[in-house]
Write a protein that binds this ligand. Structure first.
Ligand SMILES: O=C(O)CCC(=O)C(=O)O
Ligand SMILES: [Mn+2]
Length: 148
């Protein structure tokens, strides 16, 4: 029954997205946002309102993002940032700010969700490097909570 309803909604959205792409995109964003909020609350007991989203579009292997921390004042002290990935897999690099030997990386594949939380933005920088391999496009959404 639920599956049937989902398919109906999906068919409707496919038509809708051809006529009103922006409306369909907003519907999908809201759905992803509420799915994340529900699963954070039910799995790790973390009630959180995500009130903003940034979208990054990586056209090919030459599009990248340099090392940075998401530590803007409006995100608060230990922000929770939920990153959702579509399309091509890309390497997500991490390096520690003070201990140069501490490095890590995660392959963010289609459908993966990465949660950055706690003191991560104080101690670590992250980046998406260029690639030497031919890559298809990738869309990354990062949901955040902006404080007033
Ligand atoms: O594309 C990614 O996975 C990283 C995005 C990111 O770090 C950002 O938007 O601040
Ligand atoms: Mn970032």
């Amino acid at each position: 029954m639920r599956k049937y309803r989902f398919l109906e909604t999906y068919t409707l959205l496919t038509y809708l997205s051809e006529l009103f792409p922006l409306v369909a995109a907003l519907f999908f964003l809201k759905k992803i946002k509420s799915d994340i909020e529900v699963s954070l609350a039910s799995t790790i007991n973390l009630p959180l309102e995500l009130n903003s989203v940034l979208c990054n579009y990586y056209r090919d292997r030459n599009d990248s993002m340099g090392y940075h921390a998401d530590n803007e004042k409006e995100l608060g002290v230990n922000p929770i940032i939920v990153s959702v990935n579509f399309g091509e897999s890309r390497r997500f690099l991490l390096k520690h700010r003070s201990d140069k030997n501490l490095k890590s990386e995660i392959l963010l594949s289609h459908g993966s969700v990465l949660i950055m939380a706690g003191e991560m933005q104080h101690h670590w920088l992250h980046a998406i490097p260029k690639s030497t391999q031919i890559l298809k496009p990738r869309i990354n959404l990062t949901f955040r909570n902006i404080k007033n």
